[in-house]
Ligand binder design. Structure first.
Ligand code: HEC
Ligand code: HEC
Ligand code: HEC
Ligand code: HEC
Ligand code: HEC
Ligand code: HEC
Ligand code: HEC
Ligand code: HEC
Ligand code: HEC
Ligand code: HEC
Length: 303
């Protein structure tokens, strides 16, 4: 450690950092790994090397692969250097998190569902052979996710859907594959790595901001239970991505207090005895209750 610091000081005095013990510097890798080297300048990890201000432990090849002198002296081999092809999932995860743990978007990565099942950084990111224009992804995003979540592709091919397969949206508009603040979201309901936008709210509201509220009269189903209570977020056979084919069957899951549809039936004078379900008119709940996501002027969401 002391030597490391001294070298650093010496290096700083020279203007260019020298390699601490065991490190060879990235240039030394060029001869034998020309293919990797020749692509590296395009890598975001090249930036810190190019700056010339970082020590090898923090920049270039050895920042991930560890000190390379012994490796070079041995003429190569997987035993003399940190070779990801022989690391297990946890070791790889921790190697990347040595630098990438502080970002808020990855604050929950160790306990994310993906980490729990050993789906880690290198399943989704390819450091040396990324075909994607951004984020070193191992494949274009949708294809990457579908390579393991095939049934989801079919959901986005349903008659009513968010246009993910058409390229207008992507999984990460709603999900954070690095994990989320699970426990705080929807009081421990299955979080499904659904990303949170502002202040812990559902990501849906980033785009559907007219549903954000707060409304003078909130519909508890929206505010407490969440959008997924009534909508299938990926796709649906039903218009408006509804979970059920006709609107009233969605409503009657909760409003089934015979004849009155609500709390006011219990002990109080029923407000509505006119909701005659044999009358087709009443089956179209949202022709009258048009502000079903919340209203600023009517407690029954009629305007
Ligand atoms: C003298 C030639 C030589 C030099 C210089 C050299 N390597 Fe290697 N390296 C090899 C050989 C040979 C292998 C073994 C390849 C194999 O087994 O498939 C290897 C394997 C590796 C592996 C393991 C790849 C895997 O399978 O996971 C890594 C990582 C690696 N080298 C990184 C480096 C880095 C970083 C440097 C510069 C500090 C470097 N090498 C310099 C020859 C060299
Ligand atoms: C950000 C971390 C990181 C940096 C920086 C890095 N590597 Fe790698 N390297 C990896 C990972 C991870 C793998 C395993 C393959 C994969 O998942 O992409 C790998 C694989 C390799 C391999 C195995 C063969 C191959 O082509 O996959 C070699 C050789 C190698 N790296 C050499 C280098 C050299 C030389 C440099 C500097 C020019 C370098 N690496 C910089 C993370 C890194
Ligand atoms: C020595 C520190 C360090 C290590 C170790 C490291 N990274 Fe990085 N990584 C960086 C830096 C610095 C950047 C560039 C950040 C920037 O430009 O804002 C970066 C950028 C990235 C990016 C691209 C971000 C973008 O905006 O395009 C990805 C993806 C990434 N790293 C993944 C990994 C993975 C996967 C590993 C493990 C195999 C890893 N990193 C290991 C320091 C590191
Ligand atoms: C299940 C797939 C998956 C796993 C596992 C994964 N990532 Fe990512 N990562 C992505 C996707 C997809 C993006 C692009 C996000 C976007 O488009 O907004 C991304 C973006 C990034 C970025 C750039 C944007 C940002 O959030 O800062 C970095 C850096 C990064 N990942 C690092 C890592 C590291 C380090 C690990 C492991 C500790 C890891 N990722 C694990 C899929 C994954
Ligand atoms: C419009 C927002 C949105 C988009 C875009 C989206 N998802 Fe989801 N996804 C959700 C929500 C919300 C849930 C939770 C549903 C629930 O709890 O009923 C979910 C659940 C999931 C689940 C868990 C399903 C289960 O039944 O266990 C997986 C896997 C998933 N999504 C993958 C993906 C993939 C892959 C993509 C991109 C191809 C994607 N999602 C795009 C909102 C979205
Ligand atoms: C290498 C395979 C793999 C890749 C790539 C992958 N996943 Fe997953 N994903 C899994 C596995 C395995 C699970 C756990 C399934 C289970 O719990 O039954 C999972 C779970 C999920 C869940 C449910 C989380 C929960 O809390 O239940 C979501 C959402 C998800 N993945 C989204 C994505 C998205 C978005 C991408 C692309 C950025 C992606 N996955 C890429 C394998 C993968
Ligand atoms: C990135 C922006 C975005 C996000 C995030 C988003 N949506 Fe959407 N949503 C759209 C767009 C754009 C449409 C219009 C349909 C299309 O793409 O053809 C739409 C359509 C819908 C529709 C059908 C509307 C109609 O008139 O048929 C419903 C319902 C819906 N979204 C609910 C949700 C829910 C629930 C979530 C969260 C799980 C969500 N959306 C997240 C952009 C978004
Ligand atoms: C109590 C059930 C319920 C909940 C919860 C719910 N919706 Fe809806 N939503 C509906 C119904 C019913 C319709 C169809 C209205 C109609 O028939 O015109 C609809 C229509 C929509 C539409 C398309 C028409 C429009 O008003 O723009 C969008 C977008 C939408 N919902 C988004 C959301 C979002 C985002 C959330 C969560 C904040 C959410 N919904 C929560 C029942 C619900
Ligand atoms: C997930 C359960 C759930 C679903 C589904 C649901 N609601 Fe509600 N709704 C509630 C709750 C809870 C309240 C608040 C009742 C209270 O204050 O006691 C409420 C309140 C209402 C009110 C105001 C009544 C009052 O007494 O203040 C109307 C009107 C209403 N819902 C109509 C609908 C319609 C129409 C649908 C279908 C589109 C629907 N609801 C779907 C749970 C639900
Ligand atoms: C023709 C218009 C109309 C239709 C269609 C309609 N409602 Fe209503 N609904 C009303 C009126 C009017 C009220 C009571 C407001 C008042 O009396 O001031 C009401 C009140 C309610 C209440 C509050 C009742 C209570 O006792 O607190 C609920 C819940 C409700 N409706 C649910 C539904 C559901 C579910 C459907 C579809 C099956 C539906 N409504 C269809 C007009 C309608």
């Amino acid at each position: 450690m002391v030597r490391w610091v001294l070298l650093f000081v010496a290096a700083a005095a020279n203007g260019a950092p020298a390699a601490p013990a065991g490190y060879a510097g990235s240039d030394a890798c060029k001869t034998c790994h020309a293919d990797v080297w020749s692509r590296f300048y395009k890598n975001p990890h090249y930036k810190s090397l190019a700056s010339g201000k970082e020590l090898p432990a923090r920049a270039g090849c050895e920042s991930c692969h560890g000190p390379g002198q012994a490796h070079i002296a041995a003429g190569g081999g997987k035993a003399t250097i940190r070779a990801f092809s022989v690391l297990d999932a946890r070791q790889t995860l921790e190697a990347c998190l040595a630098c990438h743990a502080n970002d808020l978007s990855r604050a929950n990565i160790r306990r994310s569902r993906h980490s729990q099942v050993d789906v880690i950084c290198t399943n989704c990111h390819s450091i040396h052979r990324s075909p994607a224009p951004k984020f070193l992804l191992a494949a274009a995003q949708n294809e990457l996710c579908y390579s393991c979540h095939l049934p989801v592709r079919a959901q986005f091919s349903m008659p009513f859907k968010h246009r993910v397969n058409e390229g207008f949206m992507q999984c990460t508009d709603c999900h954070n594959p690095h994990g989320t603040f699970a426990a705080t979201w929807r009081m421990g309901l299955r979080p499904r790595m659904v990303d949170q936008a502002l202040s812990n709210e559902e990501p849906c509201l980033k785009c559907h901001s007219d549903k954000r509220g707060p409304f003078v009269f909130e519909h508890a189903a929206v505010r407490v239970d969440g959008c997924e209570t009534c909508h299938s977020p990926h796709g649906s056979m039903n218009a408006k991505l509804l979970r059920r084919p006709v609107v009233f069957t969605v409503c009657l899951e909760c409003h089934n207090g015979a004849g009155t549809f609500g709390r006011r039936g219990r002990g109080e004078q029923p407000l509505v005895n006119s909701h005659n379900m044999l009358d087709p008119r009443f089956q179209q709940c949202t022709t009258c209750h048009v502000r079903i996501h919340g209203s600023n002027s009517d407690e029954f969401f009629r305007r």
